[in-house]
Design a protein around this ligand. Structure first.
Ligand SMILES: *Cc1c(COP(=O)(O)O)cnc(C)c1O
Length: 958
């Protein structure tokens, strides 16, 4: 028997060991893989690949570290355990508000998107030709946000509302050339978590926040920007036109937080001159999920579109002149601009943005307006009853939220409502706030009134929105929002779109650094269970016992796996984890009187987010060179340490490196930085090559972020959601992110709106670890390494593998160097990437971390058959390249340059030196389904020159 097959404690005998479902290669296939790699067993692979100094013992079944993980259970048992946790939660009627509202997701959207692998297993649309469905859906999101806010350009998307506010703040600072003031005015009526994240973000950048009750006018003195929110935390809807005009007179720019549902009835900020508008799209069909994930949004006037952070979908044309979508203005982004980028955002909230867009599409403007009117009517009924009972309310103009003053009685009112199964927001001893939403009923309103000792009023109150605040403009008039009113139509629309994309449900996605592995159904199943999905992030603790036990397990298991002392799950993406981890380092230095330490060393091979995050915490990036073998140049490192010894704050180093190798000097590197008083940030995005083999918290790291959406099976969702928890050693634990509305977290500043970030998808990671166990996790890691080395061996003679370790091995990914071939034949990495689509494959990572290369990461989940099919395609492409190289095909007219080929392109007149069959049916081996790309090669530059970021009129498709 293979000694690496885990022992399974599953009580359900009919179930196979889950690890055998998760891991692609069978025992036979693994043997063949190891034979090619030239090692007898996985254990030999471990000792051969990983430096002895950091390699842990294999798990023995009991003890500390990985051995502390529970023995694995099968899929049904894991789901049964999760169901028990779910039962420990109480789904109360949630009227807490503060940016989180219950919503009724149309079932066709729940099943058609949230539970549909065609959507949730897609990757970020960097290969737009095979991502047109996703891109169209995101363009709908942008159009929806732009329409509702009255702004011209919206991105897709932000990590949450609070970080969207922070991005709005820094955007205004970049955009305002007329003011050099460091001051930024924030309305005291913004959500408390938004204010807290603004404070976090402002401090390291030297932005001075000036809190101000804007109902009393603007503060004195110069300020570069102003941020307010409508409705505010109190529920009050403000007339913004005066505030915006006054601010503009004083050369300040204005950002407005706005509720998308309210905007169906209220004058949009764009119509009163706001410069930026931000918020969340949560209540458009995305469950609260105890805090997330949800898509935040950010929209601006077109003059600021080049300042927008994050992903922006734009319209362009393909090689045949047809309309095609792709990511626009990528030169603003961290993966290209690094420390000069507009933000560090990489993973965003794509899947949730798509849900919100489809919710708007399904309801249309009439449907949304009638939902909003019902919400407003419930809030009005509450207000009228309370007024009749002599309760005074904050403000007269409101949409969904009523804030009541009940001197000394607030606690009693909250408790009475709780007894009736309704959670209200206790603001202070004298104040209670009640928010209505799509799920609010007349019975809920009556019960809340009763909790106040009030009852329904007979009086017909005045409209809660004064005429001056009412929206008169139309919105969502594009066919994308008028066509799909029936379920049949929506069902087919979703299917039509997803059919255009290559997600993991069609092919392996061998993207280096992205770890596109199986997202098992058993891992996914619980995310839509109401006991997890319908929890408000600020719900009382006795409602959330189950989900908090899942959180506690995941924290502990990640401690066991990484060797750190504590974990924070708050960061919503890897980039945000980097930010949180670097903040902890910054605060640690300040706490020791070393606040002057501000140099962050970053190897040239690092992911773009590293440099962008360092800048956001006020550090200066100093780049460390790499040697020709890909390793960090330790001589250069020592020189840079000497040069900056007094001001060294940290090094950010990825392990194994982005070059796909285990550097053997990692312990020296960590020691040298520590000796100079710096901290070591180990970028843990490549943890899929470490789990069960080595622990960054033990080999020199002080802090790491992990990407649960890479190593721990949260699907990429087309570019989000993700979770980027950080692990820290004990000395940094006091600086983990805290939260203004939750005690007991770290003492540091919050980085996200919700205390536990995207809590509702932690059940995915929970299920993965629960079902794999220590032995299964280690086997997964080693299989991933074995498969990467197999690919490196098979492809090296066709596309040289750029870097290997001292032992000739790669880690869990390998870089294929095309630069020589390109020089010799003119065929580029782009050509190869696009040509792979004709073969039915998604391309590997292109030109990262080295321009002109492809980085391949198979993960443990791909079978040998699929890996071989990919290698065969690559080898066939190499033959095609040679036909170009030999002059048989001209460099500007060959199947590579012409790729990808649509069905329509074959039907057009054909004058190429290669046949239609060679174009569309290259030899892909028997039985592989043909994938037809929806468009041909897209002209990105055209789209950037002619920036269009909302749905094009339908005639343009003629
Ligand atoms: C993916 C990745 C990141 C960023 O993570 P996001 O979740 O996309 O923000 C950082 N570093 C490396 C090496 C990565 O591969």
């Amino acid at each position: 028997m293979d000694p690496t097959v885990p022992t399974d404690s599953s009580s359900t005998p009919s179930e196979r060991v889950f690890a055998d479902r998760h891991i692609g290669p069978s025992a036979d296939e693994l043997e063949r893989i190891l034979h090619v790699v030239g090692v007898p067993t996985l254990d030999d692979l471990a000792t051969k690949s990983v430096p002895q100094a950091i390699l842990d013992d294999a798990p023995s079944g009991v003890g500390a570290g990985l051995d502390a993980l529970p023995l694995p259970v099968g899929e049904h048992d894991a789901l049964a355990e999760l169901a028990q946790r779910a039962e420990q939660n109480t789904v109360a009627v949630s009227m807490i508000g503060l940016g989180y509202y219950d919503t009724l997701t149309p079932p066709v959207i729940t099943r058609g998107i949230l539970e549909n692998p065609a959507w949730y297993t897609a990757y970020t649309p960097y290969q737009p030709e095979i991502s047109q469905g996703q891109l169209e859906a995101l363009l709908n999101f942008q159009t929806m946000v732009a329409d509702l806010t009255g702004m011209e350009v919206a991105n897709a998307s932000m990590l949450d509302e609070a970080t969207a506010a922070a991005e709005a703040m820094t955007l205004l600072r970049r955009a305002n050339r007329a003011s050099t003031s460091p001051r930024f005015v924030v309305d005291t009526d913004v959500f408390p978590q938004t204010l807290a994240v603004l404070e976090t973000r402002a401090a390291p950048l030297g932005i001075e926040l000036v809190r101000c009750d804007l109902s009393h006018g603007l503060p004195d003195g110069e300020f570069f920007g102003l941020l307010t929110q409508t409705p505010g935390a109190s529920g009050v809807v403000r007339d913004l036109s005066v505030i915006v005009a006054r601010a503009h007179e004083r050369r300040a720019l204005v950002a407005v937080g706005a509720d998308l549902l309210a905007l169906t009835l209220v004058t949009p900020p764009g119509e009163v001159g706001a410069d930026a508008c931000f918020g969340t799209s949560q209540r458009f069909g995305v469950p609260m999920g105890y805090g997330g994930p949800h898509a935040g949004y950010l929209a601006v006037r077109s003059t600021h579109s080049r300042q927008l952070p994050g992903r922006l979908v734009g319209v362009s044309v393909d090689a045949d002149g047809d309309v095609a979508y792709r990511l626009a203005l990528q030169t603003r982004e961290q993966h290209i601009r690094r420390e000069k980028a507009t933000s560090n955002i990489c993973t965003a909230q794509v899947l949730l943005a798509i849900v919100a867009a489809m919710y708007a599409s399904y309801h249309g403007s009439d449907g949304l307006r009638s939902i909003a009117l019902r919400v407003k009517a419930h809030a009005s009924a509450l207000a009228a009853g309370l007024r009749d009972a002599g309760v005074s309310l904050a403000g007269d103009a409101f949409f969904d939220t009523v804030t009541a003053t009940v001197p000394g009685r607030a606690g009693a009112v909250e408790a009475a409502a709780k007894d009736a199964g309704i959670n209200l927001r206790l603001v202070d001893d004298d104040t209670v706030s009640v928010s209505c939403d799509e799920a609010t009923t007349d019975e809920h309103v009556d019960a809340v009134l009763a909790a106040f000792g009030a009852e329904r009023s007979d009086a017909n109150g005045a409209d809660s929105l004064p005429a001056s605040a009412r929206r008169t403009s139309e919105f969502l008039t594009h066919p994308a929002f008028t066509r799909h009113r029936t379920e049949t139509s929506m069902l087919r629309y979703l299917r039509m779109l997803s059919d255009k994309d290559i997600a993991l449900d069609r092919s392996m996605i061998p993207l280096g650094s992205c770890t596109m592995k199986l997202n098992a159904t058993a891992e996914m199943e619980s995310i839509t269970w109401p006991q997890f999905a319908r929890l408000h992030p600020f719900a009382p603790d006795d409602d959330t016992v189950g989900i908090r036990s899942v959180i506690a397990d995941v924290e502990q298991w990640l401690v066991d796996i990484t060797g750190y002392d504590a974990v924070s799950l708050q960061p919503n993406a890897g980039s945000q984890g980097e930010y949180a981890g670097l903040l902890a380092i910054r605060d640690y230095h300040i706490g020791r009187g070393d606040g002057h330490r501000n140099i962050c060393l970053i190897p040239s091979s690092a992911h773009g987010t590293n440099a962008a995050s360092a800048v956001m915490v006020g550090m200066k990036v100093v780049v460390v060179a790499c040697r020709t073998n890909g390793d960090v140049d330790v001589d250069d490192l020592r020189a840079k340490i000497d040069q900056h010894a007094d001001s060294l704050a940290a090094i950010m180093i990825t392990y194994p490196s982005t070059h796909g190798v285990y550097e053997h000097q990692i312990d020296d590197i960590c020691a040298a930085v520590h000796d100079a008083g710096g901290q070591v940030y180990v970028d843990g995005a490549n943890l899929n090559a470490l789990v069960g083999l080595a622990r960054p918290g033990k080999f020199g790291g002080d802090v790491s972020h992990l990407n649960l959406h890479k190593t721990f099976c949260i699907p990429h969702g087309g570019g989000g959601p993700g979770i980027g928890p950080i692990g820290v050693r004990a000395h940094l634990q006091p600086y983990l992110p805290g939260h203004p509305l939750r005690e007991g977290l770290g003492g540091g500043a919050p980085v996200a709106a919700a205390p536990y970030g995207s809590a509702s998808i932690l059940t995915i990671t929970w299920a993965y670890i629960r079902m794999m166990g220590a032995v299964g996790l280690r086997r997964a890691t080693l299989t991933a390494i074995a498969s990467a080395n197999y690919i490196a061996r098979r492809l090296d003679e066709h596309f040289p593998v750029l870097y290997t370790g001292d032992n000739g091995m790669v880690a869990h990914e390998c870089i294929l160097d095309l630069r020589e071939l390109t020089k010799r034949t003119g065929v580029t990495v782009d050509d190869v990437a696009k040509r792979l689509a004709d073969y039915g494959f998604h391309a590997p990572t292109m030109s990262f971390p080295v321009a002109g290369t492809l980085m391949v990461e198979p993960t443990e989940s791909e079978s040998l058959e699929e890996i071989d099919a990919f290698c065969d395609a690559m080898i066939a492409i190499r033959v095609e390249i040679d036909r170009v190289g030999s002059g048989e095909w001209p460099v500007d007219d060959n199947p590579l340059r012409g790729a990808p080929h649509t069905a329509r392109s074959l039907a057009r007149e054909w004058s190429h030196p290669y046949t239609r069959e060679e174009a569309a049916f290259p030899d892909t081996g028997a039985g592989r389904a043909k994938v037809w790309p929806a468009v041909r090669r897209i002209d990105g530059a055209h789209g950037d020159r002619n920036l269009v970021c909302s749905c094009p009129p339908i005639e343009s498709f003629a």
